[in-house]
Design a protein around this ligand. Structure first.
Ligand code: PML
Length: 233
């Protein structure tokens, strides 16, 4: 299998990125698809597109996706209370939940912040965060999510991240989109991927926070988040 990664930018500013894990026979078609995605992104037309194709030497881990549930909320206040409940149920203290909301509302990170239960930030680069890479979903899962209206294209990308991080022992993930007009966010735990509507207001920033145990082996976790190949089915 091969990993294909695309990232696109304009004037040095990131516009879009995506990745797929495919058979040799699919490389050409998927490369074209990713280039099209870069050229038609809502954030604008890129002046730089990077496409990286490499053979995956490591064994690929196949895992089931977290069950998807959508929680409809009428406003941000209700949505954040729902998110808080889900996080509290995993043993995450309120002060930490407040801190996580502060991080995602500040925005500007390309990857995730990692917080242990003492509230310490463990990601080596606090500006950039940690990016979960080497993941893809099966075609069947993608179709199921879109056809059964379980979510959107963004859900497809996010379910891959959430399922991988929870599988690797992250206690919970809190996420809002960095797209200013996409207001549905989610909380992921071992119980599921909970989409929460209105988790932020239109025009606001977004971000990701992973909550981890205090005794986590952080180097090992970051290595796996970035490098260990996973396909989510
Ligand atoms: C959803 O399932 O609709 C929430 C997806 C959040 C995606 C975050 C992002 O845009 O990267």
């Amino acid at each position: 299998m091969y990993s294909i990664k695309m990232r696109a930018s304009k004037d040095g500013k990131h516009i879009s990125g995506a990745e797929r894990i495919v058979n040799k026979e699919e490389i050409e078609e998927v490369a074209k698809e990713l280039i099209r995605r870069a050229l038609t992104h809502e954030n604008g037309t890129p002046d730089f597109i990077n496409l990286k194709i490499e053979e995956i030497k490591e064994n690929i881990t196949y895992i089931n996706h977290l069950p998807i549930k959508t929680i409809e909320c009428k406003n941000k206040e209700e949505a954040r209370e729902k998110a808080r409940e889900l996080l509290r149920n995993e043993g995450i203290p309120d002060e930490l939940i407040d801190y996580a909301f502060e991080i995602i509302d500040k925005g500007g990170m390309r990857g995730a912040a990692i917080l242990n239960l003492r509230g310490e930030r463990l990601e080596p680069d606090k500006e950039r965060g940690v990016r979960v890479k080497n993941i893809d979903t099966t075609k069947e899962l993608k179709e199921k999510i879109l056809k059964e209206n379980l979510g959107t294209e963004r859900t497809v990308d996010a379910i891959a991240i959430a399922s991988k991080v929870i599988h690797l022992g992250v206690i919970a993930e809190l996420c809002t989109s960095d797209n200013k007009s996409y207001t549905t966010g989610y909380v992921a735990t071992k119980k599921g991927y909970f989409r929460i509507t209105n988790l932020k207001e239109y025009g606001e920033n977004g971000g990701r926070v992973f909550f981890v145990k205090n005794d986590v082996d952080i180097d090992d976790l970051i290595y796996k988040l970035e490098n260990k190949p996973f396909i989510i089915k």
